[in-house]
Design a protein around this ligand. Structure first.
Ligand code: BGC
Length: 755
């Protein structure tokens, strides 16, 4: 054996011993009793069809399969009574009585939905994110769910991709903090407590980098980019103790994630030390056939050997692993290992102690849709809104005079929850019209639809797969527009609620044109022409291209899809009961051609001029600036903040030392308000080309009008590190520049040297 092999063998021994030490006696005893078929059965996750079928297959004969010990878990079943039926089948009718995992997609709230994750991330408030996840877990577990297919931590830098709505945006530092907060919120301190559930980090990995923003497309990325930019949030979730991981649909380095040994074993288990279980995405195992990796038996064997433990819906494991074992293509040890991991998760949730632990019929009424939860959802929503622009300080509105509330999303409950809210009920949502009336009951509020979300019937049909989200009015567009304009002319101010319907973003909802649909653009233009003050309340599941609207004399409040309390929360902010403080977590491009455009891009060897004016033979465009319309971190307030006096506590830092930046923040405007102070770092010289700047710290600060505070942010030694060409996490000596300010264009800067 050469020295390298000896080292590897020793490492294996250590790994083996550490795994062996952790083994759970109850699980080991159970494994002894299990037949090969029963072990394979535990690797099978089915849905009887109660949830959203996002692929071709909905499982058949589920009951018979549970009785036969051929099912390890279910999703799409909810409510203590229904789950009890399934659980009793497993516990009382199958030979070994092993309880089922009960999964669900609780992406932004269970019944009390709250803003889509991209919106929630715009709060930059980790306590609130954790509270949100806690509330979701409490409600879902009250309904019998013990496993959540969340958090979705895919970094996304392409707003054409509809699923950018489901994540925390473009930044690995912020994304990692949010991943951690969500895992803590779902799992709590004790996985077996009745109000906590298993988290499932998804989609491992790199799903947010699909080519051209087209869903399910291919991903091809250097390891350096992966490690520095895309992998950190997954790792943060795992370091926070996430119990499970879901693979992604895309390939990585030419191998679909679901069968990718480098991802699932070398990286996830061996390098990161993950000891939970890995589930495929919906039929992503079978999809390896279409990817070109062989037939169902071949891809199932490949995936098992790569490190996949559970097969969602596809039944590739169920129908082919035994044959592969008999033909010597997989070992029993590999099947046992996968089964062990699934059983360990069941053990950790406390299901072996009491399979009915999440099935208390009194809990739904007590824990779901409570006043407290709705209040929290309202708070989460108002904290997620981003004031993009406030022309002439149109906002906040006074609660007097006559307000024209127009637009196709102003009185639309069906578009308030946002994508991936299958457990929510939009009929319970507060529309914006209702919210305005609740908050400003004595103000005259007159409504007109003004336009359809889109006039394109074919487009509407594609969006409307889960029911009418875009309804095309029987009246002509001209009629609707005229009515709205007439109303605007007799009002003091116009609030136009425009943007995307719920299902214009989310899974399988990629767009190549991410502007506001033409029907609504016409409405906006006509409203502006009336000369009345206009505020746009903009709703979307992604950054949009709004260069035209941004140039207009309007105010723009971005509200994403806010959830069940939409209308109340929007009214809270529009009327100034809460001063908005959200900040964008994904860059808003000028046009689609700039994509991908993100704050931590490289500067290149030919950076354009400071002013961003076109220069021949520089890295720029003939027909658009390099700068986006709105940078990462952007977001205004009704008040104004001034940054001054940036200081570092040292000029030189030794390896292993941290450094603290302090800035003076003054509220110079007329309202109390919060500001997210952001710190960006540029590693000026290093062995691989550095990003222009990277977010490395932030703090959300509340300041009364006229108040001033010193705000300090400390960089830890780890914050100075990056993955080098050998994928080692290092910090290299040399100069660093620190920028502190209100967004990623922060101008105040100071330098230090790392020795
Ligand atoms: C999605 C996952 C989801 C799963 C189960 C898939 O289509 O990609 O995010 O968890 O369906 O509903």
């Amino acid at each position: 054996m050469n020295p390298k092999n000896i080292a590897l063998a020793l490492m294996g021994l250590v790994l083996f011993t550490s795994h062996a030490q952790k083994r759970i006696p109850e699980v080991e005893q159970l494994l002894q009793k299990m037949t090969l078929e029963e072990k394979i059965g535990q690797l099978n996750l089915l849905t009887p069809g109660g949830g959203v079928a996002t692929g071709a297959v909905v499982s058949e004969n589920v009951e018979a399969k549970i009785r036969a010990g051929k099912v390890g878990g279910l999703f799409g079943v909810a409510g203590p009574e229904k789950v009890r039926v399934a659980q009793e089948l497993a516990v009382k009718k199958s030979r070994l009585g092993i309880p089922l995992l009960i999964g669900s997609d609780v992406i932004h709230g269970y019944r009390t939905t709250y803003p889509i994750p991209l919106g929630l991330s715009s709060s930059w408030d980790m306590d609130l994110v954790e509270q949100a996840a806690q509330m979701a877990a409490k409600e879902a577990t009250a309904d019998g769910i013990n496993w959540n297919f969340s958090p979705m931590v895919d970094i996304a830098r392409d707003p054409r991709w509809g699923r950018i709505s489901e994540g925390a945006g473009e930044d690995p530092y912020l994304g990692s903090k949010i991943a951690k907060a969500m895992v803590k919120g779902y799992q709590g301190e004790d996985l077996s407590a009745s109000h906590t559930m298993l988290a499932c980090v998804k989609h491992f990995a790199l799903y947010g980098a699909v080519e051209a923003g087209r869903d399910y497309h291919s991903v091809d990325m250097s390891k350096i980019k992966m490690f520095n930019q895309y992998l950190p949030p997954y790792k943060a979730a795992i370091d926070a103790g996430a119990a499970s991981v879901m693979t992604s649909f895309n390939d990585v380095d030419g191998v679909p994630a679901t069968g990718n040994k480098w991802l699932l074993t070398d990286l996830l288990r061996d390098r990161w030390g993950f000891d939970g279980f890995v589930v495929s995405d919906y039929t992503s195992l079978n999809e390896m056939i279409a990817h070109g990796l062989g037939d169902l038996q071949a891809v199932s064997a490949l995936a098992l050997k790569a490190g996949l433990d559970m097969d969602m819906v596809g039944e590739g494991f169920l129908t082919s692993l035994k044959k592969s074992f008999e033909e010597g293509k997989v070992t029993e040890a590999a099947i046992t290992n996968a089964c062990r991991r699934v059983l360990e998760a069941k053990y950790n949730t406390g299901l072996f102690d009491d399979p009915y632990r999440y099935l208390n019929t009194k809990r739904p009424e007590k824990d779901i849709l409570t006043d407290y939860n709705r209040e929290l959802s309202r708070k989460l929503a108002s904290r997620s809104f981003v004031l993009l622009k406030n022309h002439n300080s149109v906002l906040p509105l006074e609660k007097k005079g006559k307000i024209a509330l127009v637009g196709p999303l102003a009185d639309s409950k069906e578009n308030m929850l946002g994508t991936w809210a299958p457990t929510g009920d939009f009929r319970l949502a507060v529309s914006i019209l209702e919210g305005f009336k609740n908050i400003a009951p004595t103000t005259e509020i007159a409504y007109a639809k003004g336009a359809n979300i889109s006039d394109d019937a074919d487009f509407a049909k594609r969006v409307n797969v889960f029911g009418p989200r875009i309804s095309i009015n029987e009246r002509s567009s001209k009629d609707m527009l005229q009515e709205a304009v007439a109303l605007a002319k007799t009002s003091d101010v116009v609030v136009a609620v425009v943007g995307e319907a719920t299902e214009m973003s989310g899974e399988s909802s990629s767009r190549t044109d991410i502007s506001i649909p033409e029907s609504q653009k016409r409405l906006i233009r006509a409203l502006v022409e009336t000369g009345k003050p206009v505020a746009l309340v903009l709703m979307s599941g992604r950054p949009l291209t709004i260069a035209e609207e941004y140039e207009m004399p309007v105010s723009i409040l971005q509200v994403w899809h806010p959830g069940i309390e939409a209308g109340n929360a929007i009214a809270d902010v529009v009327f100034g009961d809460y001063n908005p403080a959200g900040k964008l977590t994904a860059t808003w491009p000028v046009n689609v051609g700039q994509i991908p455009v993100y704050h931590s891009a490289k500067v290149t060897g030919r950076p354009p001029s400071e002013s961003d004016a076109f220069q021949k033979f520089k890295s720029n465009y003939l027909d658009a600036p390099n700068a986006p319309l709105l940078p990462f971190g952007h977001g205004l307030s009704y008040t104004t903040f001034e940054y001054s006096n940036l200081k570092l506590d040292k000029k030189q830092v030794r390896q292993g030392e941290g450094i603290t930046a302090t800035v003076t923040l003054t509220n110079t405007g007329d309202y109390d308000g919060e500001e997210v102070v952001q710190l960006y770092l540029r590693d000026v010289v290093r062995s691989i080309t550095p990003p222009k700047r990277q977010l490395k710290g932030f703090q959300k600060i509340m300041l009364r009008k006229g108040e001033r505070k010193e705000v300090s942010i400390t960089l830890s030694p780890d914050d100075l590190k990056f993955y080098n060409g050998q994928l080692e996490l290092v910090s290299e000596p040399g100069e660093f520049e620190v920028f502190v300010g209100t967004n990623s264009d922060a101008e105040l800067s100071k330098s230090f040297t790392l020795k």
